[in-house]
Design a protein around this ligand. Structure first.
Ligand code: ZN
Ligand code: MN
Length: 473
């Protein structure tokens, strides 16, 4: 039987505000446990929350970037449940009036398509339980950290589409700088709701939620696994074993496993938080906001139009905000955009990947890489030599000129010194010379290779070829 996959995604984005959502404790990662806490985020009785204006600002930016409606009046609700990392016994969230509603993001993987975003609401994060062998400990540094929970409609039909949507959303929150969006550190966390139905059937069947998946690759795998689990159950006549529940994804065993039955909102006894006033967003507040920066799609268009990059490179660069701003910096010089793109994405990209660094942590500044590209364009150094120069520049904070000098790689293109080298090589390789002259013309490559070797790659290959041809014929 043919099935259709139905996917909806919930993403918790940790906002990069300086302080928590309702108190002035620092938002940080990796600090000493329970060092960033106060009576408010410890949930002590009588402590009163005060909303963080900056978090509200960031929600406004999101509404603009995802084509959504900003609710000018919204309020906070208490979501009641007990858990050791939640000392107040409730999470402050927004059930009835999300601050952002009815947006969309466009994806391309199966033709241009809008993925609708139902809502994005502000809420505070819980702390962390840390389970050792004999003890469980609670760290409340994260308690009260501001989150935006962004909930899509069940509009995605494949794991590819889900991943594309997530990457797009990740790029948007990074571009508008409302979050570090670091998946490893949990500042961009994804839950996927997955169900299937026979092709052509309009009903929605049991959906299963997979919680807290922390990489794009794992999200794809987890969804694919869940879809095949549900299909198998349906085809084996055991679909009743698929129940609405929350499952986890084990990336080591590559399987999903049951965590708990799924709660409905009624289970949480939501009610408006009596400690907090309604948030009213005034015209003045809105007009005080910065306008949105250029986002990935506009950037890509500009790279195609103004720089003549191909679609692949333009997408690759624009999808990563750090890479794009690196490229924009390089393009403040007069180098060829295509050369800039290939040295950025291929050469620098590979070296950063080895060091597990993002573009904004590159030891090499954009102006230096641009200078290197300019030197290749001016034929001061060969393409091959430039790679060695780049290797050195990754380790030593010296300019391009000093690096070239240090490695002795200035391109030898003055003919006199090349003629000298070539004469030596021809003299040393008499046998090959005879073979060449008796018709084995493919030996030209051998001679070029010898010249490059002797000159340590610094010879200009075009000039070498020219001289060799003159000498040989
Ligand atoms: Zn606090
Ligand atoms: Mn939530």
């Amino acid at each position: 039987m043919d099935f259709e996959t139905i996917i909806g995604l919930e993403v918790h984005v940790q906002l990069n505000t300086k302080t928590k959502l309702f108190c002035s404790c620092k938002v940080g990662f990796g600090d000493a446990p329970n060092s960033n806490t106060c009576p408010v985020c410890l949930g002590l009785p009588g402590a009163l929350p005060v909303p963080n204006k900056d978090a509200i600002k960031k929600a406004c930016y999101l509404s603009q970037a995802i084509n959504a409606r900003l609710n000018r009046r919204s309020y906070f609700d208490r979501k009641n449940y007990f858990y050791p990392d939640l000392p107040s016994g409730y999470q402050i969230s927004q059930l009835f009036t999300p601050i952002v509603e009815d947006g969309f993001i466009e994806v391309q993987s199966s033709g241009a398509k809008k993925i609708r975003i139902d809502r994005a609401h502000l809420e505070s994060d819980a702390g962390k339980n840390i389970h050792d062998d004999n003890f469980s400990r609670v760290d409340l540094n994260r308690a009260g950290t501001p989150l935006l929970e962004i909930v899509s409609k069940p509009d995605m039909r494949s794991s590819d589409e889900a991943v594309e949507y997530l990457k797009k959303l990740h790029s948007i929150v990074s571009y508008i700088n409302i979050s570090d969006a670091n998946m490893q550190e949990g500042s961009f966390r994804c839950d996927a709701n997955v169900s299937i139905r026979p092709m052509g059937d309009d009903n929605l069947y049991t959906r299963v939620e997979i919680k807290n998946i922390n990489s794009f690759r794992f999200i794809q795998k987890a969804i694919d696994l869940e879809v095949s689990r549900q299909k198998n159950a349906w085809e084996n006549g055991e679909y009743e074993t698929i129940v609405q529940e929350t499952r986890g994804y084990d990336s080591v065993k590559n399987r999903t496993y049951s965590m708990r039955g799924k709660e409905e909102s009624a289970d949480y006894r939501y009610f408006p938080d009596p400690d907090l006033l309604v948030i009213e967003i005034s015209d003045e507040f809105l007009s005080s906001l910065d306008s949105l920066p250029e986002l990935a799609d506009e950037k890509k268009e500009r790279y195609l139009r103004d720089f003549g990059l191909n679609d692949y490179d333009a997408s690759l660069i624009s999808s990563d905000v750090a890479c794009a701003s690196y490229f924009d910096e390089m393009m403040k010089t007069k180098i060829n955009p295509k050369n800039a793109s290939s040295w950025l994405c291929v050469e620098l990209g590979a070296r950063l990947k080895k060091l597990e660094l993002e573009y904004d942590k590159s030891p090499l500044k954009p102006s230096i890489l641009a200078d290197l590209v300019a030197k290749i364009e001016k034929k001061t150094i060969s393409n091959k030599a430039a790679k060695d120069v780049l290797d050195l520049l990754m380790k030593e904070y010296i300019g391009v000129d000093r690096a070239i000098e240090k490695l002795g790689l200035a391109q030898v293109s003055d003919e006199a010194s090349l003629v000298q080298i070539i004469d030596d090589i021809l003299a040393k390789n008499q046998k090959e010379l005879e073979r060449f002259r008796s018709g084995e013309t493919k030996l030209l490559g051998f001679f070029v290779g010898q010249v490059m070797k002797v000159s340590k790659g610094s010879a200009d290959p075009i000039v070498v070829n020219k001289i060799l041809k003159e000498k040989l014929n």
